[in-house]
Design a protein around this ligand. Structure first.
Ligand SMILES: [Zn+2]
Length: 96
């Protein structure tokens, strides 16, 4: 899926470019607003301290959706929207 936003490695120090092997701390952020399929976005955040220059930063290391049928299987849910309701016009004539 082409995305314009340049993907930056969250483990790399934005100041000096040193790659950090382990985050100092990780935590999760759960979006309070579900998307139109009723799924909730969960973001795993991490804080880092660069061993080279001492710079501290935090970044999202993982994002996923939860609460839906199967994450990423959007086609399954689209089918449900296409329910066809058939109306037999001859039935209406009989009422009159
Ligand atoms: Zn650094």
């Amino acid at each position: 899926m082409p995305r314009r936003r340049k993907k930056r490695d969250p483990f790399v120090c934005p100041r000096c470019g040193t790659r950090v092997s382990e985050p100092v701390k990780t935590w999760t952020i759960v979006s309070p607003i579900p998307d139109k399929y009723g799924r909730i976005t969960v973001t795993i955040m991490a804080s880092f301290v660069c061993p080279n220059c001492g710079y501290k930063w935090r970044d999202a290391i993982k994002k996923f959706k939860t609460g839906g049928e199967e994450p990423g299987e959007r086609r399954e849910e689209e089918k449900e929207e296409g329910t066809i309701i058939e109306i037999d016009l001859s039935d209406l004539d009989e009422i009159e």
